[in-house]
Design a binder for this molecule. Sequence first.
Ligand code: HEM
Length: 244
Amino acid sequence: MATKLVTRDSSRTANNRAVHSTVFRKVLMSVTGLLFVVFLLMHMFGNLKLLIPNVGLQEFDEYSHFLRTFLYPMLPYRFFLTLFEILLVVALLIHMEAAIRLTFRDYDARMGMGRYLKQRYLAGSFAARTMIWSGVLIFLGVIYHILQFTTQTVTVGYDGTAEPHMRVILGFQELWMVLLYGFWVLLVSLHIYHGFYSAFCTLGARVGAFSAKVIKACSVIVCLLVFFGFMASPLAIYFGLVTA
Ligand code: HEM
Protein backbone atom coordinates (compact mmCIF):
# COMPACT_ATOMS: atom_id res chain seq x y z
CA MET A 1 0.00 0.00 0.00
CA ALA A 2 2.74 2.38 1.05
CA THR A 3 4.71 1.54 -2.15
CA LYS A 4 1.64 2.31 -4.29
CA LEU A 5 1.23 5.76 -2.74
CA VAL A 6 4.87 6.64 -3.34
CA THR A 7 4.60 5.54 -7.00
CA ARG A 8 1.46 7.63 -7.58
CA ASP A 9 2.93 10.72 -5.95
CA SER A 10 6.20 10.49 -7.79
CA SER A 11 4.41 10.02 -11.13
CA ARG A 12 2.25 13.06 -10.37
CA THR A 13 5.37 15.07 -9.60
CA ALA A 14 6.93 13.96 -12.87
CA ASN A 15 3.78 15.06 -14.76
CA ASN A 16 3.78 18.39 -12.99
CA ARG A 17 7.42 18.84 -13.81
CA ALA A 18 6.79 18.07 -17.48
CA VAL A 19 3.85 20.48 -17.69
CA HIS A 20 5.72 23.22 -15.90
CA SER A 21 8.85 22.91 -17.98
CA THR A 22 6.74 22.96 -21.18
CA VAL A 23 4.91 26.09 -20.02
CA PHE A 24 8.17 27.68 -18.89
CA ARG A 25 9.78 26.98 -22.28
CA LYS A 26 6.77 28.41 -24.10
CA VAL A 27 7.02 31.57 -22.00
CA LEU A 28 10.73 31.84 -22.83
CA MET A 29 9.96 31.37 -26.54
CA SER A 30 7.23 34.00 -26.39
CA VAL A 31 9.33 36.64 -24.64
CA THR A 32 12.39 36.11 -26.87
CA GLY A 33 10.18 35.96 -30.00
CA LEU A 34 8.53 39.29 -29.11
CA LEU A 35 11.98 40.80 -28.57
CA PHE A 36 12.86 39.77 -32.15
CA VAL A 37 9.66 41.37 -33.43
CA VAL A 38 10.65 44.67 -31.73
CA PHE A 39 14.15 44.41 -33.27
CA LEU A 40 12.69 43.63 -36.71
CA LEU A 41 10.27 46.58 -36.63
CA MET A 42 13.13 48.93 -35.65
CA HIS A 43 15.34 47.46 -38.40
CA MET A 44 12.52 47.72 -40.94
CA PHE A 45 11.80 51.40 -40.18
CA GLY A 46 15.56 52.08 -40.41
CA ASN A 47 15.65 50.44 -43.87
CA LEU A 48 12.68 52.50 -45.05
CA LYS A 49 14.89 55.60 -44.78
CA LEU A 50 16.32 54.55 -48.16
CA LEU A 51 13.00 55.55 -49.73
CA ILE A 52 13.02 59.16 -48.47
CA PRO A 53 13.49 61.36 -51.57
CA ASN A 54 16.85 63.24 -51.88
CA VAL A 55 18.15 62.65 -48.33
CA GLY A 56 17.33 58.93 -47.93
CA LEU A 57 20.77 57.48 -48.74
CA GLN A 58 22.58 59.92 -46.46
CA GLU A 59 20.05 59.33 -43.64
CA PHE A 60 20.47 55.57 -44.03
CA ASP A 61 24.27 55.84 -43.57
CA GLU A 62 23.81 58.22 -40.62
CA TYR A 63 21.46 55.74 -38.99
CA SER A 64 24.02 52.95 -39.52
CA HIS A 65 26.71 55.23 -38.02
CA PHE A 66 24.43 56.16 -35.09
CA LEU A 67 24.04 52.45 -34.18
CA ARG A 68 27.82 52.26 -33.69
CA THR A 69 28.32 55.61 -31.94
CA PHE A 70 25.27 55.63 -29.63
CA LEU A 71 26.42 56.94 -26.17
CA TYR A 72 29.97 57.48 -27.53
CA PRO A 73 32.35 58.87 -26.12
CA MET A 74 30.72 58.21 -22.70
CA LEU A 75 30.96 54.49 -23.59
CA PRO A 76 33.56 52.94 -25.94
CA TYR A 77 32.87 52.95 -29.71
CA ARG A 78 30.28 50.27 -30.66
CA PHE A 79 29.69 49.38 -26.97
CA PHE A 80 25.90 49.73 -27.07
CA LEU A 81 25.59 47.88 -30.40
CA THR A 82 27.77 45.02 -29.10
CA LEU A 83 25.60 44.72 -25.96
CA PHE A 84 22.50 44.65 -28.14
CA GLU A 85 24.05 42.00 -30.42
CA ILE A 86 24.91 39.84 -27.37
CA LEU A 87 21.32 40.19 -26.13
CA LEU A 88 20.02 39.09 -29.55
CA VAL A 89 22.37 36.07 -29.68
CA VAL A 90 21.44 34.94 -26.14
CA ALA A 91 17.74 35.38 -26.97
CA LEU A 92 18.25 33.39 -30.20
CA LEU A 93 19.92 30.50 -28.33
CA ILE A 94 17.11 30.41 -25.73
CA HIS A 95 14.46 30.57 -28.50
CA MET A 96 16.07 27.75 -30.51
CA GLU A 97 16.72 25.49 -27.50
CA ALA A 98 13.08 25.81 -26.40
CA ALA A 99 11.81 25.25 -29.96
CA ILE A 100 13.87 22.07 -30.43
CA ARG A 101 12.86 20.63 -27.04
CA LEU A 102 9.18 21.41 -27.55
CA THR A 103 9.24 19.89 -31.04
CA PHE A 104 10.73 16.63 -29.74
CA ARG A 105 8.33 16.55 -26.77
CA ASP A 106 5.37 17.14 -29.10
CA TYR A 107 6.63 14.39 -31.43
CA ASP A 108 6.97 11.92 -28.51
CA ALA A 109 3.50 12.82 -27.23
CA ARG A 110 1.95 12.23 -30.67
CA MET A 111 3.46 8.76 -31.03
CA GLY A 112 0.69 6.15 -31.01
CA MET A 113 -2.12 8.69 -31.33
CA GLY A 114 -3.14 7.26 -34.74
CA ARG A 115 -6.03 8.92 -36.54
CA TYR A 116 -6.32 11.72 -33.97
CA LEU A 117 -2.77 12.76 -34.82
CA LYS A 118 -3.70 13.12 -38.52
CA GLN A 119 -6.82 15.15 -37.70
CA ARG A 120 -4.86 17.51 -35.45
CA TYR A 121 -2.16 17.90 -38.09
CA LEU A 122 -4.67 18.88 -40.77
CA ALA A 123 -6.39 21.32 -38.41
CA GLY A 124 -3.27 23.50 -37.84
CA SER A 125 -2.50 26.37 -40.24
CA PHE A 126 0.36 26.03 -42.73
CA ALA A 127 2.41 28.61 -40.78
CA ALA A 128 1.82 26.73 -37.49
CA ARG A 129 2.79 23.30 -38.88
CA THR A 130 6.01 24.54 -40.45
CA MET A 131 7.32 26.71 -37.56
CA ILE A 132 10.38 24.56 -36.89
CA TRP A 133 11.35 24.43 -40.60
CA SER A 134 10.75 28.12 -41.25
CA GLY A 135 12.80 28.77 -38.08
CA VAL A 136 15.76 26.74 -39.41
CA LEU A 137 15.67 28.49 -42.81
CA ILE A 138 15.35 31.94 -41.19
CA PHE A 139 18.39 31.17 -39.04
CA LEU A 140 20.44 30.17 -42.13
CA GLY A 141 19.20 33.35 -43.84
CA VAL A 142 20.35 35.52 -40.90
CA ILE A 143 23.86 34.02 -41.13
CA TYR A 144 24.03 34.78 -44.88
CA HIS A 145 22.56 38.25 -44.27
CA ILE A 146 25.19 39.15 -41.65
CA LEU A 147 27.99 37.78 -43.89
CA GLN A 148 26.71 40.00 -46.67
CA PHE A 149 25.68 43.27 -45.03
CA THR A 150 27.59 43.43 -41.74
CA THR A 151 30.94 41.67 -42.22
CA GLN A 152 30.92 42.00 -46.07
CA THR A 153 32.45 38.55 -46.36
CA VAL A 154 30.06 37.93 -49.26
CA THR A 155 29.67 40.90 -51.58
CA VAL A 156 27.13 41.27 -54.38
CA GLY A 157 27.66 43.87 -57.11
CA TYR A 158 30.99 45.22 -55.77
CA ASP A 159 34.41 44.09 -54.50
CA GLY A 160 36.10 45.09 -51.25
CA THR A 161 34.02 47.29 -48.95
CA ALA A 162 31.27 49.82 -49.56
CA GLU A 163 29.19 52.32 -47.60
CA PRO A 164 26.02 50.83 -46.02
CA HIS A 165 23.60 52.29 -48.61
CA MET A 166 25.82 51.10 -51.51
CA ARG A 167 25.88 47.51 -50.15
CA VAL A 168 22.09 47.49 -50.32
CA ILE A 169 21.68 49.34 -53.63
CA LEU A 170 24.28 47.32 -55.56
CA GLY A 171 22.99 44.05 -54.08
CA PHE A 172 19.33 44.55 -54.92
CA GLN A 173 20.03 45.46 -58.54
CA GLU A 174 20.31 41.69 -59.03
CA LEU A 175 17.02 39.80 -59.60
CA TRP A 176 18.18 36.67 -57.76
CA MET A 177 18.85 38.78 -54.64
CA VAL A 178 15.32 40.23 -54.73
CA LEU A 179 13.85 36.73 -55.13
CA LEU A 180 16.08 35.23 -52.41
CA TYR A 181 15.26 37.99 -49.94
CA GLY A 182 11.59 37.85 -50.99
CA PHE A 183 11.47 34.16 -50.04
CA TRP A 184 13.37 34.74 -46.78
CA VAL A 185 11.24 37.72 -45.72
CA LEU A 186 8.10 35.71 -46.58
CA LEU A 187 9.28 32.95 -44.23
CA VAL A 188 10.00 35.54 -41.52
CA SER A 189 6.50 37.04 -41.96
CA LEU A 190 4.75 33.65 -41.80
CA HIS A 191 6.81 32.70 -38.74
CA ILE A 192 5.76 35.96 -37.07
CA TYR A 193 2.11 35.47 -38.11
CA HIS A 194 1.83 32.28 -36.06
CA GLY A 195 4.48 33.15 -33.42
CA PHE A 196 2.93 36.51 -32.51
CA TYR A 197 -0.52 34.98 -31.98
CA SER A 198 0.88 32.02 -30.09
CA ALA A 199 3.09 34.22 -27.85
CA PHE A 200 0.18 36.38 -26.70
CA CYS A 201 -1.92 33.26 -26.00
CA THR A 202 0.92 31.75 -23.95
CA LEU A 203 1.32 34.98 -21.99
CA GLY A 204 -2.39 34.88 -21.09
CA ALA A 205 -3.76 37.68 -23.30
CA ARG A 206 -6.42 35.45 -24.93
CA VAL A 207 -9.17 35.59 -22.32
CA GLY A 208 -12.19 35.28 -24.63
CA ALA A 209 -13.44 35.30 -28.22
CA PHE A 210 -12.99 39.07 -28.62
CA SER A 211 -9.38 39.12 -27.37
CA ALA A 212 -8.62 36.15 -29.64
CA LYS A 213 -9.87 38.18 -32.63
CA VAL A 214 -7.84 41.24 -31.59
CA ILE A 215 -4.64 39.19 -31.24
CA LYS A 216 -5.29 37.49 -34.60
CA ALA A 217 -5.86 40.90 -36.27
CA CYS A 218 -2.62 42.24 -34.74
CA SER A 219 -0.65 39.21 -35.92
CA VAL A 220 -1.96 39.73 -39.48
CA ILE A 221 -1.03 43.44 -39.35
CA VAL A 222 2.52 42.76 -38.04
CA CYS A 223 3.00 39.97 -40.61
CA LEU A 224 1.98 42.24 -43.52
CA LEU A 225 3.96 45.19 -42.13
CA VAL A 226 7.13 43.11 -41.90
CA PHE A 227 6.71 41.64 -45.40
CA PHE A 228 5.93 44.85 -47.27
CA GLY A 229 8.11 47.05 -45.02
CA PHE A 230 11.20 44.93 -45.67
CA MET A 231 10.50 44.30 -49.36
CA ALA A 232 9.74 47.96 -50.22
CA SER A 233 13.42 49.01 -50.53
CA PRO A 234 14.65 45.94 -52.53
CA LEU A 235 11.73 46.34 -54.98
CA ALA A 236 12.21 50.11 -55.29
CA ILE A 237 15.93 49.55 -55.97
CA TYR A 238 15.34 46.77 -58.51
CA PHE A 239 12.81 48.84 -60.44
CA GLY A 240 15.16 51.85 -60.49
CA LEU A 241 13.15 54.09 -58.12
CA VAL A 242 16.14 54.35 -55.75
CA THR A 243 19.57 54.86 -57.29
CA ALA A 244 22.99 55.79 -55.90
C1 HEM B 1 15.31 43.10 -47.41
C2 HEM B 1 15.36 43.29 -46.14
C3 HEM B 1 16.59 43.71 -45.37
C4 HEM B 1 17.60 44.59 -45.68
C5 HEM B 1 17.74 45.47 -46.92
C6 HEM B 1 18.52 44.60 -44.57
C7 HEM B 1 19.67 45.35 -44.50
C8 HEM B 1 20.63 45.27 -43.50
C9 HEM B 1 21.87 46.00 -43.45
C10 HEM B 1 22.33 47.01 -44.50
C11 HEM B 1 22.53 45.64 -42.33
C12 HEM B 1 23.90 46.15 -41.86
C13 HEM B 1 23.68 47.34 -40.99
C14 HEM B 1 25.01 47.94 -40.59
O1 HEM B 1 25.94 47.19 -40.33
O2 HEM B 1 25.07 49.16 -40.55
C15 HEM B 1 21.73 44.64 -41.66
C16 HEM B 1 22.06 44.02 -40.47
C17 HEM B 1 21.31 43.04 -39.87
N1 HEM B 1 20.07 42.57 -40.26
FE1 HEM B 1 19.08 43.16 -41.90
N2 HEM B 1 18.07 43.70 -43.62
C18 HEM B 1 16.91 43.13 -44.08
C19 HEM B 1 16.12 42.18 -43.44
C20 HEM B 1 16.45 41.57 -42.25
C21 HEM B 1 15.66 40.55 -41.62
C22 HEM B 1 14.33 40.03 -42.16
C23 HEM B 1 16.34 40.18 -40.49
C24 HEM B 1 15.99 39.14 -39.45
C25 HEM B 1 15.31 38.04 -39.67
C26 HEM B 1 17.55 40.97 -40.41
C27 HEM B 1 18.49 40.87 -39.42
C28 HEM B 1 19.67 41.60 -39.37
C29 HEM B 1 20.68 41.43 -38.34
C30 HEM B 1 20.63 40.46 -37.17
C31 HEM B 1 21.70 42.34 -38.64
C32 HEM B 1 23.00 42.55 -37.89
C33 HEM B 1 22.85 43.71 -36.95
C34 HEM B 1 24.20 44.06 -36.37
O3 HEM B 1 25.11 44.40 -37.12
O4 HEM B 1 24.30 43.99 -35.16
N3 HEM B 1 17.58 41.80 -41.51
N4 HEM B 1 20.58 44.45 -42.40
